[in-house]
Design a protein around this ligand. Sequence first.
Ligand code: SAH
Length: 343
Amino acid sequence: MKENIFGKDINECEELMTGLGEARYRGKQLYQWLYEKKSEKFSEMTNFSSGLREKLSDKYELFHGRIETKQEDHHDGTKKYLIEQKDGQYIEAVLMHYEHGASLCVSTQVGCNMGCKFCASTRGGKIRDLSAGEILDQIYLAEKEEKLRISNIVIMGIGEPLENYDEVIKFIRIANTGFGIGQRKISLSTCGIIPGIEALAEENLQINLAISLHSVFSEQRKLLMPIAKKYDFESLMDACKAYFKKTGRRITYEYALIDGYNDRDEDIAGLIKLLKGSQNHLNLIGLNEIQETAYRESPRLNYFLGELEKNGINVTLRRKMGREIDAACGQLRKKRYEDKVSV
Ligand code: SAH
């Protein structure tokens, strides 16, 4: 079987060319064809001789996944894609339109092993990691489908990015230097994998780090997010402090308000205690309700926002996008899987 060339980084492109007996600079040209010009075929690579194009297509393929389903929210223009991978697995990507441009939420794994109780993506566990090329392909496919340029990426789709560390970092670097998406326009969200946060601090990247917090109480957080049993709340906060110290990049904490769980007055007090005087940012989220769970959206979102603002916390409310299309990640894939199983 031919190897997919899409997803190769600059070093791999150079090695690939020298491996074919070509000069090293041909690798840079290949990289440009793949990511700057987004070529669809080897035959488009016109500064390569026909012999070289033939050598490339003998050994490699230029493969892209397929958008199998596209859902659109007609109210806010949010679009959700179910993308079929080469091995028949499905993942999701979500396109959102903001004043500052088009933002794509990408998946990093097929399924997820983290087990957060309120999340649809994790229900069937993780099947496999996505490769850098498969993550990148989500941008390629959305841009092609909509005939636009994606300016922002949020790594917040299906999967835990820091559990697929190498491929995610490789993806970020190609998105940045190949597709030309600014590092500051890339946000990565983690449920709190401490070794990953520590490694990320050393990468010298200017991306935004978001931490899924959802509770400031160690025991409650363990109930909502099993990963907190492995990486406890206090150690996570220490890792965040060290990350900020090392990178100078402020962290965003994500907090989905769940009715009767983390929306009590003591939770407000805990958030104020944690965040007062820090440069970090709090993003309050209205829970996307997943049918099979008992977790419901809290009616106290605006109250939380007001109280936190009153106390000088740097807080915003995440605007809900794609209400009409079950925009919570994982729901479309889950449905597709269930449909398949029931036939
Ligand atoms: N695994 C990573 C990234 C994927 S989830 C992480 O955990 O951060 C992206 C964000 O959506 C996380 O903050 C996650 O906790 C949140 N999330 C998951 N399910 C949700 C739901 N039903 N409603 C609102 N937010 C949800």
